[in-house]
Ligand binder design. Structure first.
Ligand SMILES: [Zn+2]
Length: 229
């Protein structure tokens, strides 16, 4: 008998919401193409409402199609495309801390549809009888939930919840996101360089004096690629 486990149900947000999966998830290629065609027409109307003569402007002629494709295939891919199955493995007695830091994040703010860029740091404490997760799967979880409309606080919780569910028997999970929101840099207050930091912690990581929490935040300071946390 295999001791690996597969995890499928990690969704916490209502289907159809910008930060949830689309109805009919996962969509096949034909369904995605139909969606791109429909969204292309709708985006053309949007540009017309903004008095943009997109059809005669050589730089804008394909823009409705480009934008529709970017949403379906990249920006909101997590709403339409199933990622490879997430598998966990027995920890085989390892009861230490596991940290993956500086996972690149590309997301989009649900409120303004401007991109969010940044990094995600994930840590968990495995238990002797529990399950551990393949490292690249942490990156895949970030992609699954990041590639949608998002609110950084909820995105932090969604990633935390997924890691918590998969690493069965864990003694704690911590997720920190350092995000730069283009809706802050480009519109409204127009401040460049401000970063939003959110942390969701459970188990042993909740206690401010806990050594695991200290180890997590200390590890982010080592060679941190300029991300100051
Ligand atoms: Zn925003």
């Amino acid at each position: 008998m295999s001791r690996k486990k597969q995890h499928t149900d990690l969704e916490v947000v209502q289907e159809g919401f910008a930060n949830g999966v689309a109805p009919g998830f996962p969509l096949n290629d034909k369904e995605k193409q139909k969606m791109i065609d429909k969204a292309t027409k709708a985006y053309a109307r949007f540009l017309e409402a903004l008095k943009c003569d997109w059809q005669n402007d050589p730089n804008s002629a394909d823009t409705p199609h480009r934008v529709a494709k970017a949403y379906v295939n990249d920006l909101w891919a997590g709403r339409y495309t199933q990622m490879s199955p997430i598998t966990s493995f027995p920890s085989d007695g390892y009861d230490g801390i596991v940290i993956e830091r500086n996972i690149p994040l590309t997301s989009m703010c649900s409120h303004h549809h401007q991109t969010i860029g940044g990094v995600v740091h994930i840590g968990y404490i495995s238990s002797e009888e529990g399950q551990v997760i393949g490292l690249s799967k942490l990156n895949r979880i970030v992609e699954l939930f990041g590639r949608r409309g998002a609110i950084q606080e909820q995105l932090t919780s969604a990633i935390h919840n997924a890691v918590d569910k998969i690493t069965e028997g864990n003694k704690g999970v911590i997720v920190t996101i350092v995000g730069t929101h283009n809706c802050v840099s480009c519109r409204g207050v127009k401040h460049q360089g401000a970063a939003m930091v959110t942390t969701k912690a459970s188990g042993k990581f909740r206690d401010n004096d806990n050594l695991a929490r200290k180890e997590f935040f200390d590890s982010l300071k080592i060679n941190n690629g300029g991300h100051n946390i």
